[in-house]
Design a protein around this ligand. Sequence first.
Ligand SMILES: C[S@@+](CC[C@H](N)C(=O)[O-])C[C@H]1O[C@@H](n2cnc3c(N)ncnc32)[C@H](O)[C@@H]1O
Length: 368
Amino acid sequence: MANEFKEKTRLNGICPYFTMFPLDFPYSVLQRYAEPEEWVLDPFCGRGTTNYASRVLGLPSIGIDSSPVAVAISEAKLANTSPKAIVKVANRILDSVKTAEIPTGEFWELAYHKTVLSLLCRLRAGLNDDCRSNARKALRAIILGALHGPQNKTIDSYFSNQSQRTYAPKPKYAVKFWKEKNFEPKPVNVLEIIKQRAERYYLEETVKAKGRIIKGDSREQSTFSQIDQNITWVLTSPPYYGMRTYVPDQWLRMWFLGGKAEVDYSMNGQIDHPSPSLFAAQLNQVWRNVGVKCQPHAQLVVRFGGVNDRKADPQEIIMTSLRNSGWEVREIVSAGFASEGRRQAVHINQAIKAPKEEYDIWAVWQGT
Ligand SMILES: C[S@@+](CC[C@H](N)C(=O)[O-])C[C@H]1O[C@@H](n2cnc3c(N)ncnc32)[C@H](O)[C@@H]1O
């Protein structure tokens, strides 16, 4: 992707997400084929890459995800706001929320400097109380993006002690690591980090977004009852078979969104992975639900691949899932190997020994 395009689409990087597809995948499909005003849907929107590509192209879009973290990030991709409004709302929250519950224990003492944790807890309380406005949605995702990451000697850009940015540190491991290395949390300037990030992500954002993000389980028909548009484009990437750690790996961001101050191992609303055929059956239900909201001859483009810890053929799984779904498969195109770029499987917390090929499956809605 050209540098100029990357500069203009910085908002897509507001918060890392464990898995994602590159922006140029949905962008190039929609730029090439979509007509103005056509509605775009992603029933597994993750960090909202499809929705953001739609925004950049001036297309209205809907995203669905069952993970609160994914929904919070995606909502920020559709927020129409400005750096000034974001900083203002952060100050307003801190002016009105003077105290908040602060988690205790060794992990929290080492993860954040106590002045930082106190401010974060007040912002958390304020945003959990009210996150309806665009500025609040943007602020929430900015904080999620800065919640944990590497410490930098010159500029502070994360709130936490030395950590990974993509997935949250597991408490026991992190405490041991910080102690062994003598890493201390810094008293970073929370409001300054927010301001810098607001300017980075929202200064250039002039394309007005149209659409919404729905928090829900795409296997459930009722999730789709909230959609009253006729969808023309469905661009998506479901979890790859065997990838089941989206929620626990995002536990700190889940905490900020109002969850418990501990690793969350519940899998509510997430597709199950008991066997390839049962996995495909759940996807089949999603494709049917999606179809009900589509106009005749709507197009579906699914990027799918595999991880190495399971003996399952990704192409067979996806083709089984599309059988008798109302979607007619027209083309299967290789999207390259997971190790070549920022593909979904590269982002998982496991070594990729023999990268698997990823595919784009193109299908047309033939149902009624
Ligand atoms: C591969 S990720 C999508 C990544 C996305 N393409 C992006 O660029 O960020 C798959 C997403 O499916 C979501 N998911 C899993 N099961 C779901 C379900 N039953 N309903 C809705 N979303 C689900 C996960 O939370 C995860 O965000």
